[in-house]
Write a protein that binds this ligand. Sequence first.
Ligand code: KG4
Ligand code: ZN
Length: 414
Amino acid sequence: MLIFFRFDAFTLTEPVATPDQVQGAPGSQMRRAHTETPLWPIAQGLKLDNDTPMLMQSLVLGIETTCDETAAAVVERQSDGTGRILANIVHSQTEEHAAFGGVVPEIAARAHVDRLDGIVAHAMKESGVGFAQLAAVAAAAGPGLIGGVIVGLTTAKAIAMVHDTPLIAVNHLEAHALTPRLTGTLDFPYCLFLASGGHTQIVAVVGVGNYVRLGTTVDDAMGEAFDKVAKMLGLPYPGGPEVERAAATGDPQRFAFPRPMLGRSDANFSLSGLKTAVRNEASQRTPLEPQDVSDLCASFQAAVLESTADRLSVGLRLFHEQFGPPQALVAAGGVAANQAIRGALQDVAEKAQTMLIIPPPALCTDNGAMIAWAGAERLAMGMIDTMDAPPRARWPLDEKAMAPAGFANTRAGF
Ligand code: KG4
Ligand code: ZN
């Protein structure tokens, strides 16, 4: 349901809209547009029917706290739809969690509380932007660890209320999905391969707020499998980059691990059987020599690559059937930082005659710029949220997507 109300904040508390600021200050054009258009559509996380971008230029503060990165960024969306990062501050909580071999939700939430104010202040200072110039404050409202989500979303609400600025509750997965439009020019629709610590999905990105899930993991997420393999082999947390590093000096053919889901007509993934195969092989060889660890990592990674290439070729075919040729294959999420996976995706894209786009590694892993950008994209479509926007531990990108029959995924958002 759409609610129209008068956003008096723009007209009553608009000291920035002096003539010189309108011409010179970043975001000022957009704010002038607000004062001229007092009736403003509000949608609580809903897509409006209007596909035409409504705003010219905007500055958005983005806050990310869904897992173990405390992050804030200021991003500018230009009038031509391109983006510019003015500041992007990320504090990774690796040290806080390292002793436990994984993210401890309560420690994560407390660390977000301790750090977030300082990180927001740092991002604002580095960007050179004042709160009064912001067109909106965006926060990741899920999916993720609920304690952290509450910290980020509540902070964003407080900033929005104090500075009379619209709030945008961003789906963390949508932020990953839209990142390539921040780093370059990319039209809809495109095919997204999202592989992180909590999600592994193939998604048709049809437009802002319009996603169709084509495939998903039926058990573990890909980053989760990397992390668990690292842990069982005695490698430090976070495991993904450690497995990649060890694999670089290993023999990918020494262990013939299963290639999950190979040849299936759906585009789903499965990682848990492969992970168990690595565990069985490792436990038979304990104590492991360093070369064993490298060979196990290389053989595991080779199985992931082959399975991923197969699943994505099916996903791209499904995409083609429903939406025509994709503008690109886009990879996002922490696993997309893996160089070997990047190489495999290149081959898949070439075979499907589409281009491969992978944001730089720092924008593949969790960050505030992607949240700010998703906020700017939503704002441009007239989508903002009210103060009762809820924090959500689970929040599927494609609200209509069902769990694959017969499977129960604990972390994939359904
Ligand atoms: O997107 P992200 O930063 O946070 C989540 O939303 O989960 O992804 C983190 C995940 C972790 O599981 C991490 O081990 C994995 O991405 N990862 C990698 C690599 N770098 C990060 N997995 C494989 N190879 C890498 N180089
Ligand atoms: Zn993420």
